[in-house]
Design a protein around this ligand. Sequence first.
Ligand SMILES: O=C(O)CNC(=O)[C@H](CS)NC(=O)CCC(=O)C(=O)O
Length: 293
Amino acid sequence: MNTKPTFTAAMIQMRSGLFPEPNFDQGSRLIREAAAQGADFVQTPEASNIMQADRVALFEHLRTEDDDRSLSGYRDLARELKIYLNVGSLALRLTAEKAVNRSFLIGPSGDILARYDKIHMFDIDLGGGESYRESANYQPGETAVITDLPWGRLGMTICYDVRFPALYRALAEAGASFLTVPAAFTRKTGEAHWHTLLRARAIENGSFVFAAAQGGMHDNNRETFGHSLIVDPWGTVLAEASGTEPGIVLATIDPANVATARRAVPSLQHGRRFSLVDHKSPSDHLHLVRGSA
Ligand SMILES: O=C(O)CNC(=O)[C@H](CS)NC(=O)CCC(=O)C(=O)O
């Protein structure tokens, strides 16, 4: 295994369809390719196992964590290739009514080192008839998760979580140098927000951001943005998929850049120095008279 101070990270861009088996074939082929190119850490996107809009069909294909063949297949693959594998997320059955959107960190032994259940549900009306109700099928997690890679600590998140900066600040304050944001961003919000949100999370937390993405037109009629990214703690994009095609992007990661960026701009240490006053509350009004118009 790699014992150098630096490592190679690879983002797998996918176009998941309606059925777990071909999705696993697509993912594992690209993971093998990444490992062949020297990747030590590989991430797959959100919904690596299935993208299915119809609830009945979705639940027909969902398995529990213990019975999921994609998960056991990815564990075997991590062991065979001796890589750290972040399966960005798998949809898994939790109960008869609810699923969970769960991200895994699998070690080179094939063991599951950490799991994270997506906290923030994408319940959105985008306009033009484009609506999402993730919470109708999925039970949100309630726990932020941090774990260890040989090269530093890793904070795990998923997709829409990226819009909630307090989660990333909590992970960075708990020691994360690497933040994972596997995603299935919509084309519309991706065009407007994807690079900005990911670079902001990297810059404000002095952390690497890893974001493997779904891309293109899926069989469930969803269109996703692609542009899988690796961002360094200074906000520089180290690698980016050029569009929506399935494939891999790689970058060499030097964990020392975390300390360098945080020394240059110590915003993590300068945070949380305020209290908040509501000018509508009479008792607090006086505090604001001087400062506000
Ligand atoms: O449902 C599936 O099949 C897979 N899961 C997703 O696509 C998820 C939940 S609907 N997508 C997002 O969170 C998009 C967030 C986004 O696009 C934004 O924050 O702008």
